[in-house]
Ligand binder design. Structure first.
Ligand code: SF4
Length: 250
């Protein structure tokens, strides 16, 4: 069963390699991490106070009752089709962690349908879950892998999966890594990113500023740009946060 927190668009992709592209987003529910280090405070529907990332409503199963359940790819495709304009947009699968559904045949059918129809699919993933890429059409997916650093609060063994990162980079052209970095974690970030990169095949690397408001992004962006230039990485802004301050559904 596919559990979907929200489907919205067309809007623009606000970050990463396809920034600015008109896109429809499918945000899947559930995540294998909690990332308390990102310090976004929230309350669950039953009133428990917690701390996680800015997508807590999709990652925390405490919100599961609010998610739509799809037992077939066909029923999810019908919902996504309602939002598609009369030109080809990107379709972005995000979360939570969408790769938790990778072994679900309906998830595979859903992706294959749009790849074969000529849509560009991006999977926004934390890159920590083992997957197999056996089908030729799967190699047309773009994996945008936001590998978590220690500022996420997660353990190294949980957040960095060298085997999966290497498999995806070797199998899928143009897949890339992106790291969220803040002013107060710069020194650690450089070391941690270098430690990861020496263990995997070479690929494009983007740095993004931490922040779930335009104000916080502003505070972090100049230092993150400097670091990107120093290390030969690319900088990705977070346009959707600058424009809409992380409002949902845009
Ligand atoms: S891996 Fe991503 S979606 Fe999951 S808790 Fe961490 S930041 Fe949130």
């Amino acid at each position: 069963m596919l559990e979907v927190n929200e489907i919205f668009g067309p809007t623009i992709q606000g970050e990463g390699k396809r920034v600015g592209n008109p896109s429809v987003f499918v945000r899947f529910g559930k995540c294998n991490m909690t990332c308390a280090g990102f310090e976004v405070e929230y309350e669950t529907p039953s009133g428990i106070k917690k701390c996680s990332c800015d997508s807590f409503y999709a990652s925390d199963i405490a919100f599961r009752d609010e998610w739509q359940k799809y037992t077939t790819a066909k029923s999810l495709i019908e919902e996504v089709d309602k939002l598609l304009p009369d030109y080809k947009v990107d379709i972005v699968l995000t979360g939570g962690e969408p790769l938790l559904y990778w072994n679900d045949t309906e998830f595979q059918k859903f992706m294959k349908h749009y790849v074969e129809a000529g849509y560009h699919l991006t999977i926004e993933t934390n890159g920590s879950i083992d997957i197999e890429l056996k089908e030729e059409w799967q190699k047309k997916l773009l994996f945008s892998m936001s590998v978590k650093l220690s500022n996420s609060g997660e353990s190294l063994s949980k957040r960095v999966n060298i085997k999966t990162l290497s498999h995806i980079i070797n199998s899928v052209d143009e897949s890339y890594l992106k790291f969220v970095v803040s002013l107060d974690s710069l020194e650690n970030a450089i070391q941690e990113i270098d430690d990861i990169l020496v263990q995997i095949p070479s690929c494009e690397v983007y740095l993004m500023p931490l922040g779930d408001t335009a104000e916080v992004i502003d505070k972090n962006s100049a230092s993150v740009i400097e670091l990107a230039i120093k290390k030969g990485f690319k900088y990705s802004d977070r346009l959707h946060i600058r424009v809409w301050n992380n409002k949902r559904g845009v």
